[in-house]
Design a protein around this ligand. Structure first.
Ligand SMILES: [Zn+2]
Ligand SMILES: [Zn+2]
Ligand SMILES: [Zn+2]
Ligand SMILES: [Zn+2]
Length: 420
């Protein structure tokens, strides 16, 4: 019961289990598939002045994991912060993929969304991973550069990778996880960097031959922050006894953003026009309480802007559920919600899939509330964005590499873009 509820509350656009009809509770997940069927019709937005039918948007909220081990890769989690639960735990993004295109630092894990596609056998499991350089200077350059290259932009500080697997694969059972202690992946993953815990650790410390790193930068940082001493101990203890292997240290040793589980609700469940489900709605609203203040401070900040109309409708839409960190919708009529009427791409600005050359379509966007949960301070050089919108291959193609890079569009606030 408990574990089943956990599962339903995680963003699983299509689940392994075949759930029948969705009970009509606003906080249940659309595990019926595609976000388009299941109970979604119950939550249709019935605004009279909508000229076309709006696609049902699924919102993501952050919650502290209820217990350890819930966000491991064989449970196909949707999560933010911490380290990635790589779907393919062996063939990581390689080469320059893991580095910021501007400062060259390895990128930091932002979030991952488990979003399989029901009628695509090669995407029976499918997870999208987002990474970012924590430097605002790099995000500004990224945003600036995205206009310059009409057909793709190899230099990025924000990267999104898509990984997918068929039901029968080398890494996981073809049966859904039971959510008890018997769940295990079929094989161990590749060793990761002891500093970031994120990228493949294919460089080994020359002295102890135990600590592994994704890059020389992380080796240097780990060395300075304590491996210098630990390394000697590792050498002497492994000389004394080869059987008792001391561990290199906790992975990751560096600071990642705090870890959360992503729980979801349909946006329609927060619609102020459909208040007859009062009690369950207010329960949902209470679950996420903090960033209301944040909304208020944005409102104050933007009151004077020329972009007022777009901002006001963004604000109105977001205020239905102010704690949302993620908006997800892969339906063909889905559109991103832009905060500003300038600084978003035309169709020509969105490249085609670099693997199959097919079109990309909007799939999800992250919201600035995420920064609040990540504890990012509101200082001049702090990371900040209005929204980051992700476009993925419409056909969710399955060519070449295991982790396919998708396309992210960064929209910054005018106050940030005019910063020196
Ligand atoms: Zn950078
Ligand atoms: Zn690393
Ligand atoms: Zn060492
Ligand atoms: Zn493609």
């Amino acid at each position: 019961m408990e574990s089943n509820a956990d599962k339903l509350r995680t963003l699983t656009i299509t689940s392994l289990d075949e759930e029948d009809d969705e009970p009509e509770l606003p906080h249940r997940s659309p595990s019926g598939g595609g976000g388009g069927d299941g109970g979604s019709a119950d939550y249709e937005d019935e605004d009279e002045d909508d000229e076309e039918e709006e696609a049902e948007v699924t919102l993501g909220f952050l919650e502290k994991p209820k217990r350890e081990g819930l966000l491991l890769r064989h449970l196909f989690p949707s999560k933010a912060g911490g380290i990635p639960a790589w779907l393919d735990p062996v063939n990581f993004p390689s080469g320059n993929s893991s580095f910021c295109g501007f400062c060259g630092e390895p990128l930091q894990f932002v979030l991952q969304i488990y979003a399989p596609i029901e009628d695509n056998a090669v995407a029976f499991h499918r997870t999208l991973f987002m990474f970012m350089c924590p430097s605002m200077a790099c995000l500004l350059r990224d945003q600036h550069n995205q206009w310059k290259h009409r057909q793709g932009n190899p230099c990025r500080s924000v990267k999104v990778f898509r990984c997918q697997l068929p039901r029968c694969n080398a890494f996981y059972s073809s049966e859904p996880p039971k959510h008890n202690d018997s769940d295990r992946p079929l094989c161990p993953g590749a060793p990761v960097c002891h500093w970031c815990g994120t990228w493949k650790g294919d460089k080994i410390c020359g002295s102890c031959k135990k600590a592994r790193y994704c890059s020389e930068k992380h080796q240097a940082q780990h060395w300075r922050s304590g491996h210098k001493n630990d390394c000697l101990q590792l050498i002497s203890s492994s000389e004394a006894s080869s059987s008792a292997q001391p561990t290199v240290g906790k992975v990751p040793a560096s600071k990642s953003w705090p870890e959360y589980e992503i729980a979801i609700d349909y946006e329609g469940a927060f619609d102020s026009d459909s208040c007859d489900e009062g009690s369950s709605k207010s329960l949902v609203m209470q679950r996420h309480s903090k960033p209301d203040d944040m909304m208020q401070s944005w409102m104050d900040q933007f009151e004077a802007d020329a972009d007022n109309k777009c901002w006001a409708s963004f604000q109105e839409r977001v205020s239905r559920a102010p704690q949302q960190v993620l908006r997800y919708c892969r339906e063909s009529n889905a559109k991103p919600l832009w905060a500003l009427s300038s600084g978003f791409p035309s169709n020509a600005d969105i490249p085609s899939c670099s693997y199959c050359k097919g079109p990309l379509c909007y799939e999800f966007q992250i919201m600035p509330q995420l920064l609040y949960y990540f504890g990012v301070k509101n200082e001049p050089d702090s990371l900040d964005w209005a929204t980051i919108v992700v476009y993925t291959c419409q056909g969710s193609c399955n060519q070449n590499v295991s982790y396919k890079e998708e396309f992210a569009w960064v929209q910054l606030y005018p106050t940030t873009t005019t910063k020196p």
